[in-house]
Design a protein around this ligand. Structure first.
Ligand code: FRU
Length: 467
């Protein structure tokens, strides 16, 4: 795949008939995308990279795809930034991060190499953007896996703390438990400082995609532990994505923290990365799940997976609140308000804001009719549980997800409904939940019905633009 071919044909690719392609979620016209990578602000624009196999809908041949945007509404036509063509990254340019330093965009990623026996040789490689927009792999910053850890060693995330430069990287101890290691940039070299010291010393077999950020004056570790068993309504996805809020000591590597909390209450969310700016943190996640390809019928259309809306993070009551960045308001084409509303007809993409008065009611339910199928969301005031139910959908993943939110009398929901993705933000961001849903054929509209009436605002949204 050549960048010129992508540029010349992008609009033709995107105009191909599709039942499921989304309008306000980042996707590629073909191939498989997964983790967002290299998120940073550089040269007046947000830089968004992501894992991409342009050749097929399989977890192979990982490149870095790339777009930039000044406003999260208009995006540059995607380009390939990194391809797995070198001896050290033959088996994939795996996840990593980026930073803007002295006017230069620098990348640090995991070069994945496997030998004939399938043994991994992960290396952490520095790359940079050239003035003509191309990217060059510069040097291997970390050539080996430290003693005491297996070759599950990947996903470096660059961050600064107390004026010092670090990266944190996902690792697996030789006793097959997951953890994260910290490296510090000292005199132009990356020096292993050691393991991040948390209370979670036996929490899954591998931690993928760790991020260490600071939100509202607190340090936050975002990471994806693999191998956590479901506990009631918690940890029901195959792999988890969550966070610890606490305080990081860059000298001792101690991280004093609270409990692990999941970032998203839905079915299809993994490997998020945070774009850290001095004034705000923006999280983008992968809408998908490793090893669950058969739950996503879009493979039939030759493309697989999406990225979430960019979400701004805040901390309230020791919880991360997430809401789509305010720039997305500019997508609004028209707005309608309905009082005492129980039923309406929606057409994607749209944003639905609901205020549901539960002073005299205990149970609320909203049903989206998807052709001959149904997607049902509900809330129970007694248990404070919100539920997303995909049991009445024919295609794609099924089941239910439950999460708890705090509601006294008013349930407030901001729902972004796209062609095959729903993102639900409850109680002004207290809980976000992402779910894919797949109509069996192309549908023009989606009837929505509730058991009790609500105050509703529907904003019809424009699609993302590619220029
Ligand atoms: C997470 C992940 C990362 C890895 C990348 C490969 O989804 O497995 O650990 O770097 O995907 O695409």
């Amino acid at each position: 795949m050549e960048n010129q071919t992508l540029k010349d044909n992008w609009h033709a690719y995107m105009n191909k008939p599709s039942i499921w392609h989304n309008k306000i979620h980042w996707e590629m016209p073909f191939g498989l995308i997964n983790d967002p990578n290299g998120l940073c602000y550089h040269d007046g624009k947000y830089q968004i990279f992501y894992q991409w196999n342009p050749a097929e809908c399989k977890h192979l041949n990982k490149h870095w795809g790339y777009t930039e945007t000044a406003d999260f509404v208009n995006y540059s036509i995607p380009q390939l930034a990194l391809a797995p063509v070198d001896d050290f990254d033959r088996n994939g340019c795996y996840s990593g991060s980026a930073r803007s330093r002295n006017g230069k965009l620098e990348i640090l990623y995991t070069a994945n190499l496997k030998d004939a026996q399938n043994i991994r040789y992960p290396r952490q490689v520095l790359a940079a953007k050239n003035s003509d927009g191309t990217f060059t792999k510069k040097k291997i910053a970390v050539d080996d896996v430290p003693k005491g850890y297996t070759t599950h060693f990947r996903d470096p995330y660059l961050f600064t703390h107390s004026g010092r430069s670090f990266f944190i990287i996902g690792a697996q101890r030789e006793n097959l438990t997951g953890c994260a290691l910290i490296y510090e940039e000292i005199g132009g070299n990356w020096i292993l400082r050691g393991e991040l010291k948390t209370d979670y010393t036996d929490f899954g077999y591998m931690w993928e995609c760790p991020n260490l950020i600071s939100v509202d004056g607190r340090d936050v570790l975002v990471f994806c532990p693999q191998g956590i068993a479901p506990q009631g309504h918690k940890y029901n996805n195959l792999y988890q994505a969550g966070y610890l809020i606490g305080k990081f000591n860059p000298d001792t590597l101690e991280f004093v923290h609270g409990d692990f909390q999941e970032l998203d209450g839905g079915f299809d969310f993994y490997a998020p990365q945070v774009l850290a700016q001095p004034n705000r943190n923006i999280l983008i996640g992968w809408i998908g799940m490793p090893e669950k390809e058969n739950e996503y019928p879009t493979t039939k259309e030759g493309w697989l997976y999406s990225l979430t809306l960019p979400r701004q993070l805040k901390i309230k009551n020791n919880t991360i609140y997430q809401l789509p960045v305010k720039e997305l308001d500019a997508l609004c084409r028209s707005k309608q308000q309905f009082n005492d509303c129980r039923a309406l007809t929606l057409s994607a993409p749209c944003k639905i804001t609901l205020d549901i008065d539960l002073t005299c009611e205990n149970h609320w339910q909203g049903k989206f009719t998807i052709g001959s199928d149904e997607l049902i969301i509900s809330f129970d005031k007694n248990t404070q549980e919100f539920c997303i139910n995909r049991d009445n959908l024919t295609l794609g993943g099924k089941g239910r997800r439950y999460f708890t939110i705090s509601v006294k009398d008013n349930l407030h929901l901001d729902i972004y409904l796209d062609t095959s993705i729903i993102e639900i933000y409850c109680q002004n961001g207290e809980q976000a939940a992402t779910a894919c849903y797949y109509a069996q054929e192309k549908i023009a509209s989606i009837p929505f019905e509730m058991n009790i009436s609500a105050q509703v605002t529907v904003s019809q949204l424009n699609s993302f633009k590619f220029i």
